[in-house]
Design a protein around this ligand. Sequence first.
Ligand code: NAI
Length: 245
Amino acid sequence: MGRVGIVTGGARGIGAAITSLLAEDGASVVVMGLPPDRERTEALRASLNGAAKRVHFREGNVAHYDVCKGIADEVRAQYGQIDFLVNNAGITADHTIRNMTVEEWQAVLAVNLSGPFFMTKAVLEHMVERNYGRIVNISSVVGHTGNFGQANYASAKAGVMGLTKTVALEVASRGITVNAVAPGFINTDMVAAMPKAAVEAAIQKSPERRLGQPEEVARVVRFLLDESSGYITGAVYDVNGGLYM
Ligand code: NAI
């Protein structure tokens, strides 16, 4: 059997590009997502031709540890192995800190930071037992820079970098690599939901004067998940068109 792994939020945007590349490479990909992601996964499968049979959907919210553990155990039981995990699911709830509610803070931290911790914890013992694993966490350029109106999101994404480096250290001797990818502004529904002026400002600030494409992020994730990338761990790969250097 080929490689098997989980991509959270793998049904749309950056996650869908990751799922597609991995499935086309021959990996079996379990897309973990919220209820609307079931239909999106079907649409993604329909675009994949031969690789469609290697893409499966499991409904689950990464903000709950028991759900994460349940899905990881199920995947392991069904396929016998989990070779990779991509912590990609993420949300925004933007407001300046003066207007940000405690609920908005907690919701973004729960999905964007606790989610990667829960999923990592849910797969890690299995990877340690096998002496092999590849984990990639999707952070963000704003984890480096901060961003107006995104105290919750930027804190979570900076936290993801700390989580990445710490887990990388702890399991480096067990054949497991843990890396982060920090995209700039990428052309997905998440960015489409931003105010037009904010998107235009981000484009103007970017040396390449454009948004990135989901596939440009996915290609880096694919590289980091490769078996031959075993000497890369604890790294943060920027994919931002020069927005932050
Ligand atoms: P998106 O909003 O298009 O897709 C996110 C996916 O995650 C959706 O399928 C959604 O249903 C799923 N999801 C959300 N909450 C979930 C939960 N609690 N449990 C399980 N699944 C959940 O987002 P996009 O733009 O593709 O972003 C993907 C990742 O990349 C996110 O972590 C985001 O923060 C990060 N990112 C995105 C950038 C961008 O410009 N689009 C820039 C930098 C980072």
